[in-house]
Design a protein around this ligand. Structure first.
Ligand SMILES: [Zn+2]
Length: 199
């Protein structure tokens, strides 16, 4: 692996209040439902996977499930944080809340900043679905890893060159088992996920 030129991820997390529960009721509901299906969870090695976010209306800030929460069946507002600022080129983000945002938040950030109509993003893992969807829906290059500035660029390429805005689902060839759905709101992102899950 050539590691040169890879900008190391950094995150400044400012301890802050949790988000008001009425802001995230639907987010918490969808997250726990998706977790129950095993689409968000934790691998045997203890590494968690999957995350879910919603945009804060008309801004570039968003609320996302916190880092290392994959093992929990149910989250509460202590497990969500607000990404207040980010710099994709520098692989840096700032969050404010009771828990740290994961490096994967930058992928969410890239989509929110590129597509103002998208207000919710769900990132999940599922081995069979991943294999089934690979190259059948917009698919990022296998050379690009999740949570990197390269992934952000690669996704934008899919918006420009493939029908990603219409499909609202993308598979990450270089992030095994990983794919994401999004929508104008959380229900749309969730319904798209469910449609493929039950297909
Ligand atoms: Zn992932």
């Amino acid at each position: 692996m050539i590691d040169e030129g890879v900008v190391k991820y950094s995150c400044e997390c400012i301890p802050g209040d949790k988000v008001a529960v009425e802001w995230i009721e639907s987010l918490m509901e969808w997250r726990d439902r998706i977790h129950e299906l095993g689409l968000i969870g934790v691998y045997e090695n203890g590494i968690g996977f999957g995350n879910i976010s919603i945009r804060i209306a008309n801004s570039l800030q968003f609320i996302i499930s916190g880092s290392q929460t994959g093992h929990l069946a149910q989250l509460n507002p202590d497990h969500y944080t607000v990404v207040t600022d980010f710099n994709i080129e520098h692989n840096h983000l700032t969050c404010c809340g009771p828990i740290q945002a994961s490096s994967e938040s930058l992928t969410h950030a890239a989509i929110y900043s590129y597509e103002p109509h998208i207000n919710a993003i769900i990132h999940v893992h599922h081995p069979q679905l991943w294999r089934k969807l690979l190259n059948q829906v917009p698919t990022t290059s296998k050379d690009v890893q999740y949570g990197t500035p390269q992934m952000a660029k690669e996704m934008l390429r899919l918006f420009d060159q493939e029908n990603l805005a219409e499909k609202k689902i993308l598979v990450m060839a270089g992030h095994e088992e990983g794919f994401l759905t999004f929508g104008k709101d959380l229900n749309e992102a969730g319904e798209i996920l469910m449609k493929y899950y039950h297909s």
